[in-house]
Design a protein around this ligand. Structure first.
Ligand SMILES: Nc1ncnc2c1ncn2[C@@H]1O[C@H](COP(=O)(O)OP(=O)(O)OP(=O)(O)O)[C@@H](O)[C@H]1O
Length: 336
């Protein structure tokens, strides 16, 4: 076993997960054949991933569909046993699912629910209070805090099945964080929510991180979640970590170009603009160009000298564009 520094909240070293998939041809004959001659294929979902998360850090975990995000989060929460490598969360080995570990972490999966469907959310909260042995006073204080930040007033006593998706997600989050975990693994916590609800969830996570200094690892198809919450980004692709750094760096690395935004005093056609870069958008008095990084200053100088420019700004491309470039034509982590 390799020795790892003890200061990090999450330490991952060469983590791997291989799934065994039993293959079966379609139909009854296929079932029979599979019964006598079982074929197994191995899927390498996570292929030796290493990273550390510092205490209190909020990290965006991005990658295209099937990249290995959920598998990694499940291994870190102890729901799946790794096929190789090592993971430590607050010094615990997640696969052992020790009480001391479970009391300090949570895994929220936007697509799964833990609340009891036929009962009010409040009843599920009381169940969690008992499971996690939360003292009454702490329970009341946490409920006060969550009710205020999430606006739970009025929905706690309603049957969960009668709540809207957004209301239910708020209750799911509250239930999952009632024991005040130090580590939050959030897998698509805003999926399917409308823009206001996404913002409410984001605000809650931000507030929780600020108040409790929790470490957060977050996957999301909504780039707004990631840009609002995380400064550091891990990108996984086909089971391998392909980027670990800050958002700005990702924009630098992923893209061969910068975005040049222009306002003109006189109408300009996209044919005229093509000489200065790739035209992303053009509409007579405004335009957006993509220009190779190394040529930005030269092209900008030419634009200013040769066209009637009222305003010119140079920006890194939106993170969605960077992810789309990184993953080619696959549906990228932007999931737009
Ligand atoms: N239980 C399983 N059995 C077999 N293969 C699986 C299983 N779960 C996931 N996989 C495969 O492992 C790979 C990684 O899946 P995972 O769910 O971790 O990806 P993801 O990055 O979370 O994707 P998404 O963004 O689509 O949720 C995929 O190829 C997937 O098909």
């Amino acid at each position: 076993m390799t020795s790892m520094p003890t200061s990090a909240a999450v330490q991952v070293q060469g983590l791997r997960k291989q799934y065994a998939v039993h293959e079966k041809e379609p139909g009854f004959a296929g079932s029979l054949r599979a019964f006598v001659n079982r074929k197994t294929r191995h899927v390498e979902a996570v292929k030796g991933v290493s990273f550390d998360l510092a205490e209190g850090e909020v990290v965006g975990f991005l990658g295209p569909n099937g990249a290995g995000k959920t598998t990694t989060l499940k291994m870190l929460s102890g729901l799946l046993h790794p096929s190789g490598g090592e993971a430590r969360v607050l010094g615990f080995e997640p696969r052992r699912r020790e009480t001391g570990f479970l009391k300090q972490i949570t895994l929220v999966m936007g697509q799964k629910q833990q609340l009891l469907w036929d009962l009010p959310a409040l009843d599920s909260f009381l169940v969690n209070q008992a499971i996690y042995e939360i003292p009454d006073e702490q329970y009341r204080a946490t409920m006060r805090e969550f009710t205020e930040v999430l606006g739970l007033e009025g929905i706690l006593k309603k049957q969960v099945r009668k709540l809207s998706l957004g209301e239910r997600m708020k209750c799911e989050l509250a239930a999952a964080l009632l024991h005040r975990p130090k580590i939050l693994f959030l897998d698509e916590p805003t999926i399917g929510l409308d823009v206001n609800m996404q913002e409410a969830v984001r605000e809650f996570v931000r507030e929780y991180n600020a108040r409790h200094g929790a470490t957060v690892m977050l996957t999301s198809h909504y780039m707004a979640d990631v840009t609002a919450l995380a400064r550091r980004i891990l990108v996984i692709d086909q089971g391998q970590l392909v980027f670990d750094g800050d958002l700005a760096q990702l924009a630098e690395q992923g893209s061969g170009g910068k975005t040049v935004r222009l306002q003109f005093r006189q109408p300009v056609t996209s044919a005229q603009l093509a000489a200065y870069g790739t035209v992303v958008q053009s509409d007579a008095l405004s335009a957006e160009l993509r220009v190779p990084r190394a040529e930005v200053s030269g092209r900008a100088a030419r634009l200013l000298a040769e066209l009637d420019v009222a305003d010119l700004t140079v920006e890194d491309p939106p993170i969605e564009a960077v992810m789309a470039e990184l993953f080619g034509r696959q549906e990228a982590a932007s999931g737009a």
